[in-house]
Unconditional design. Structure first.
Length: 650
């Protein structure tokens, strides 16, 4: 067991804790328990703390509800026709619902994921789509759901949108004033074709307009806080944003940005002052990145959420900070996610994971320190909730790789266990202690599941992340392989019963595992995978432009398709179909707007040509995120059938 170090506690203690009797255990939950969306998700609380909004999935129907906390009455609307994604409150009367649908637009190539926001009047039980009938909107844009501010005195929302027809050469990103009662908009402030974001206070004063000229590579920030446009900050030769502009200080004395720290171990929140100077770090944590900020509807920031195997938080207000730290300390064995809060922070919506918690929602009342369950995310018998822990294992160069390990729900399985290697997508994201529906499904069927945070993952500092740049199929894949070998060497994994499974980048990693370490895996499952690196870079260029910041980003992450052409071809699984030994299952949504389904089609053709075992399932209506009950369940049914055939536990 020397190959592992449990991040919290002694690893041996975990093994001993799994020796509970399995007598009278109920049958494992059906696939639907894991393969459908959570029963309740995206919960939010109103500014007063009197109302709670949430999305609910039941009996193949989707709905959005608002619950009155005081009398437990509720109102709602059916959302089955769209892919509902998030809930927030504008004020106590109006809630905002964000949703999307995959669609084609006349005159535009391919499909887009069209986003939109809806206003829900909780008093009249009436829903209105915002910006729906505005004929000035540029037709080819997908992100019409963003709300960047609220002006209470006028009861108007502020939403950015591109304005112009399909033949316009320069399309400004304007700020619109929107009536939540009708959804109708009027121009609030004109932007430019280089504008990428807006920051506005509750009086409607424009504190910042963020611009990025992708042709001249000039990044700039302007303000109108004194009535006229003034330049706050500018930098040349910046094809990407030099930092993340995330909000405003509560007293509006400065903007707030996220940057790296000098030693590359993490990130810090800093002030960007109105004179253009940048402060030293004001909130930072060693070896961690800032996962997000906690802010109000006008981007005034209360605090930050740090990355890590469990989320942690820091706040400007010492009273709030002490209260939250006390809360976290009382439940330190769990992973607590702060989902929403009342305006005075007296009430907080928490999502709790870890142990036997499956991501249920709770209301924390700061006055009496009480914790009340608001709803079940999933209904799973406690004995079938598998234990997940955080560990580290050494890579071949000695670097410690953080990971999540989920044990089989059957406590009698301790050694020589059939295993699933489950690398995450991104690749610049990471896995932390949570309820992962796919990992929990595998654990309920008797598998040990490893989710490695290989080099290139975010969350552990810039140095760790940048080591993955240009290392697809190289160092990043070695870290995944080394995790499996550590499990085998420690006696936990049966080396003859291992499958590798992943989605998006994780799908690439699964295919790379099947191609470059074929002796390790009995089956390969790749969901919405990248298989041909030069092809995916060319697609990004065609969909955007060579000067696009999106193309620049992927060139840095993957490589230059011209300079690094041979290297990229060498690490593209599509070019190594002959090396596969394990059967391959490819699953891809027909409506995937992130990774084109062609990536799976060319992989299938290459494997068939090499006379390898391969199956491709094309999901009708499936997007990149498996956003619907149907596509997620269809995916799990296919996985269940495939893995029982090629890597059964018995």
């Amino acid at each position: 067991m020397s190959h592992f170090r449990r991040i919290s506690g002694v690893f041996l203690a975990l093994i001993l804790s799994t020796s509970a009797s399995a007598q009278d255990k109920s049958p494992p939950p059906p696939l639907e328990t894991y393969g459908k969306l959570p029963i309740i998700r995206s919960m939010s609380i109103s500014p007063s703390g009197n109302k709670v909004g949430y999305l609910k999935s039941q009996d193949n129907e989707e709905a959005f509800f608002v619950l009155n906390v005081n009398d437990l009455t509720s109102t709602g609307v059916n959302t089955t026709a769209v892919k509902a994604r998030g809930v927030d409150f504008i004020n106590d009367q109006y809630a905002a619902l964000t949703a999307s649908e995959t669609t084609r637009l006349f005159g535009f190539q391919g499909k887009i994921e069209f986003g939109a926001s809806f206003s829900f009047d909780t008093r009249k039980n009436k829903v209105v789509q915002l910006l729906r009938r505005d004929k000035t909107l540029y037709p080819g844009q997908s992100g019409l759901g963003r709300i960047v501010g609220f002006v209470p005195s006028k009861e108007r929302l502020l939403m950015p949108a591109y304005i112009g027809d399909r033949y316009s050469e320069r399309i400004p990103y304007n700020l619109l004033s929107v009536d939540p009662k009708t959804g109708k908009a009027s121009k609030f402030e004109r932007g430019t074709s280089h504008t990428i974001d807006w920051f506005v206070n509750e009086e409607g004063l424009i504190l910042a307009r963020e611009d990025l000229d992708e042709k001249s590579n000039v990044y700039s920030i302007h303000t109108k806080r004194n009535g006229n446009w003034e330049k706050v900050y500018e930098v040349e030769n910046s094809p990407l944003r030099p930092f993340a502009l995330v909000g405003v200080k509560s007293d509006e004395s400065a903007l707030l940005i996220i940057t790296g720290v000098k030693d590359g171990t993490g990130e810090a929140l800093r002030e960007l002052r109105w004179d253009g100077s940048i402060s030293p770090p004001i909130l930072a944590k060693e070896n961690a990145e800032i996962d997000g900020v906690l802010s109000d509807s006008n981007n005034k920031i209360f605090g930050v959420r740090y990355s890590g195997m469990r989320p942690s938080y820091a706040f400007f207000d010492e009273t709030i900070n002490e209260s939250v730290q006390e809360l976290l300390g009382n439940y330190e064995e769990y992973s607590l996610s702060i989902e929403s809060w009342s305006k005075d922070w007296s009430k907080i919506i928490l999502k709790i994971m870890g142990g036997k918690e499956v991501g249920d929602f709770y209301l924390y009342n700061n006055a009496d320190k009480s914790l009340k369950k608001l709803g079940n995310s999933r209904i799973i018998p406690a004995e079938w909730v598998a234990e997940s822990i955080t560990i580290e294992y050494p890579a071949r160069d000695g670097t410690n790789i953080p990971a999540v390990l989920t044990w089989p729900a059957d406590p009698n399985l301790k050694t020589n266990i059939p295993t699933i290697i489950l690398p995450h997508g991104g690749p610049e994201s990471y896995d932390q202690l949570s309820f992962d529906w796919l990992a929990q499904y595998f654990a309920s069927r008797g598998y040990l599941v490893l989710q490695p945070n290989f080099r290139g993952s975010s969350g552990f500092g810039w140095n760790f992340k940048k080591q993955g740049r240009g290392e697809w199929g190289g160092l990043m894949q070695d870290d995944v392989t080394d995790g499996l070998k550590a499990l085998i060497n420690s006696g936990f994994t049966d080396p003859d019963k291992v499958c590798i499974v992943g989605a998006s980048y994780g799908g690439y990693s699964a295919l790379a595992g099947g191609a470059f370490t074929s002796e390790l895996y009995k089956c390969v499952i790749a969901i919405a995978p990248v298989s041909d690196l030069p092809r995916v870079l060319k697609t990004e260029k065609n969909e955007h432009s060579s000067s696009s910041s999106i193309v620049e980003y992927w060139t840095r992450v993957i490589g230059d398709r011209r300079i690094d052409k041979q290297k990229l071809e060498n690490v593209s699984p599509v070019n190594h179909a002959d090396k596969f030994k394990a059967p391959v299952l490819l699953i891809h949504g027909k409506d995937d707007t992130v990774v084109n389904i062609d990536q799976s089609v060319v992989m299938q053709k290459a494997l068939k040509k090499a006379d390898k075992s391969v199956e491709l399932i094309k999901l009708k209506g499936g997007d990149h995120w498996l956003s619907t009950n149907e596509t997620r369940l269809d995916t799990l049914i296919a996985i269940d059938k495939f893995i029982k055939t090629h890597n059964p536990t018995d």
